[in-house]
Design a protein around this ligand. Structure first.
Ligand SMILES: [Zn+2]
Ligand SMILES: [Zn+2]
Length: 245
């Protein structure tokens, strides 16, 4: 069972007439925090990566409102090993992807239309997915309207970082909220800058910092010098093959 997640209501957000309310599917236990959810709005076959499938990012566990008949594209990932980036020479964790396209029903439920497993997560934006998305969008044209977030689920920051607001204070690991994704991610106080959550509530992880699999009984340092806890299998890997970020 998932640990109860802290949530906060977005002031002033409401459900427009004719729209439905739903909770964005959470990431299943054991899957990586790099798993993602997007609306599927259009197909641009000439583009690559995320630009080929324009849509809006959705955060797992948020309550959002959307027009019915919106399509959602979901990628749930697990770690499959490690590899070294040929350009930067930095090691990284390789991932697979379980891809799902689901339709938002008028009742606010999700009906799965298509699902597929890819051994490499990069295939989630590959030609096969682009073709399939085009077919599904023909049958279920996108309403196109961006989703509105009604209730946010906390996405705890793993590392200490300065708050993105004007308060000027650092946010302790696990005490704040991540906004955005990847290199553009920022951290802010949770639930807000004036009443931040008590910092010594470290995120209770039960899985390995490297592979997200079960077990974290061993201390290790990753290729960036970050300290963490890993499973027995990852503990046998050299530090240059570990990545905790
Ligand atoms: Zn702040
Ligand atoms: Zn591991």
């Amino acid at each position: 069972m998932n640990r109860a997640t802290a949530r906060r209501t977005v002031p002033g957000a409401r459900v427009p007439d004719g729209w439905v309310r739903l909770t964005v599917p959470t990431v299943p236990d054991g899957m990586r925090h790099t798993s993602w959810r997007r609306t599927l709005n259009a197909v641009h076959p000439g583009q690559s990566g995320v630009d080929a499938l324009p849509g809006h990012w959705l955060n797992p566990g948020d309550d959002v409102t959307l027009p019915a008949s919106t399509l959602l594209l979901t990628a749930d990932k697990t770690a499959t090993g490690t590899a070294v980036d040929t350009r930067t020479r930095r090691p990284y964790t390789t991932e697979d992807a379980h891809l799902t396209v689901a339709l938002v029903t008028p009742g606010g439920a999700l009906t799965t239309l298509w699902t597929r497993h890819y051994a490499r997560a990069a295939s989630a934006f590959g030609q096969q997915v682009i073709n399939r998305a085009g077919t599904l969008l023909t049958a279920h044209p996108s309403p196109g309207a961006p989703p509105v977030v009604l209730v946010e689920a906390q996405r705890p920051n793993r590392r200490a970082a300065p708050c993105r607001h004007n308060c000027g204070a650092d946010v302790a690991p696990g005490g704040g909220h991540l906004v955005g994704a990847g290199r553009d991610a920022e951290v802010e106080h949770w639930p807000d800058c004036t009443t931040p959550a008590a910092p010594p509530v470290p995120r209770q992880r039960r899985t390995c910092d490297n592979c997200d699999g079960p077990g974290r009984g061993h201390e290790a340092t990753d290729s960036s010098g970050i300290h963490g806890r890993v499973c027995a299998r990852c503990a046998r890997e050299p530090s240059y093959a570990l990545s905790f970020a």
